[in-house]
Design a protein around this ligand. Structure first.
Ligand SMILES: Cc1cc2nc3c(=O)[nH]c(=O)nc-3n(C[C@H](O)[C@H](O)[C@H](O)COP(=O)(O)O)c2cc1C
Ligand SMILES: [Fe+2]
Ligand SMILES: [Fe+2]
Length: 370
């Protein structure tokens, strides 16, 4: 008999009470851990004590994490790392493993029960929605939670979701049992298809495949940073193959911009320096980008200032923190830009656009690339 995943530590007693209704811990020969996050492994130490002869199966990327999780408890047992297509014979029934890393930790895997066509996908296709009627056709409408979970947990790992779907879709499971959220027994394929839709690029019908998109966001109290932004846009637009968008962050919500940023190639942020800092809407947007993948994009910062002007460097540091390449150091202009300075803005926009297109000859090596 196999147990697949456990529960958050505070639910340990409920877990064992539920387990006692279907089996005794002596019967457990295998403990499969699809994901080591504490909401799935909280009852593991106690399970290991109660089922000392059970063998533990984890993904081949998980051993380091398991050691960090169990620390001193680690001495007491052995584990087997498994990979795609490794099988575990339970005496008549077979479990097969699918290596599906980074959903949403490096250690994640899915487990497939062949004869019943059941997929145990861990967090994938899951949500934070609980109803003791358990099954998707009984619990009512939980779409908001399914989509919210994807948007906040899986979204930064879309590429890995698509890789996992390549393994999962051909199986056409008749039941999908995520580690939390309703068990999907009614038309599980619909949920798998929805994951594909949410993971595939959407905005590319706006930008041609041979074009690059550059988004310029700015905020401005007295209009100086706004003037810079317009001229930077004009300079960038002069480069062939670039689609440039200009957005004023004043007064609006930043959330809708996150979707645009996700599929853009280049990002520029303009902010005045206010009390030694960048303006809040710029931070709000930059703080919202942790739910998407930003690595590999290119970025730059600019802004007007009065005497210290540190906002531009602060934004650049955040861009680097998001693993965004910053090939040109930012453009700062003291107070109101002159005609000459506006020409500098155009040249800056053009240069950033050329870096994006890979046509700028003076490419600077950026440490975040190394
Ligand atoms: C409340 C306030 C605080 C400011 N603090 C700073 C500062 O700490 N350092 C600085 O260089 N400029 C500071 N400034 C000056 C602005 O950065 C400067 O006026 C800039 O040109 C404004 O650009 P904008 O027209 O795009 O709003 C401050 C301005 C205001 C209104
Ligand atoms: Fe998780
Ligand atoms: Fe989870």
């Amino acid at each position: 008999m196999a147990i697949i995943d456990t529960v958050k530590q505070e639910f340990t007693e409920t877990f064992f009470a539920n387990l006692a209704e279907v089996a005794s811990t002596d019967e457990i020969t295998a403990i499969v851990l699809n994901h080591l996050e504490p909401d799935h492994t909280g009852a593991l130490p106690e399970l290991l004590r109660r089922a000392p002869h059970a063998k533990v199966y984890i993904s081949c990327r998980a051993p380091g994490m398991l050691k960090a999780l169990l620390k001193s408890d680690m001495k007491n047992f052995d584990y087997t790392p498994v990979d795609t297509n490794d099988e575990l014979d339970l005496g008549g029934r077979k479990l097969r493993f699918l290596n599906t890393p980074y959903l949403h930790w490096p250690d994640t895997q899915c487990t497939w029960l062949d004869d019943a066509q059941v997929l145990f996908p861990g967090d994938l296709f899951g949500c934070h929605f609980c109803d003791d009627r358990l099954f998707n056709d009984l619990v009512g409408d939980f779409r908001f939670s399914f989509e919210y979970y994807f948007a906040h947990i899986m979204r930064p790992f879309k590429e890995y979701v698509l890789e996992a779907l390549e393994l999962i879709e051909p199986l056409a499971p008749s039941l999908v049992a995520p580690a939390h959220g309703p068990i999907l027994r009614d038309q599980p394929t619909n949920y798998i298809r929805r994951y594909r839709q949410m993971s595939e690029p959407r905005l590319h019908n706006e930008v041609k495949s041979d074009e690059k998109s550059l988004l310029i966001f700015y905020i401005s109290a007295y209009g100086s940073t706004a003037r810079m932004a317009e001229e930077i846009r004009n300079g960038a637009s002069s480069v062939a193959g670039i689609r440039v968008s200009l957005y004023d962050l004043e007064g609006g919500e930043v959330a809708p911009f996150v979707n645009l940023v996700e599929e853009a190639d280049g990002l520029m942020f303009g902010t005045p320096t206010i009390n030694g800092d960048a303006a809040k809407p710029v931070w709000d947007l930059l703080a919202s980008l942790c739910s998407i993948k930003t690595q590999g994009k290119m970025g730059a910062a600019f802004g007007s200032y009065g005497w210290t002007g540190e906002a531009v460097e602060m934004v650049e540091a955040r861009l680097r923190g998001l693993k965004i390449r910053v090939p040109r150091s930012g453009l700062k202009i003291k107070l109101i830009p002159t005609e000459e300075e506006l020409a500098e803005c155009r040249a800056f926009g053009q240069s950033v656009a050329e870096h994006l297109m890979g046509t700028n000859v003076n490419t600077v090596i950026d440490f975040s690339d190394l």
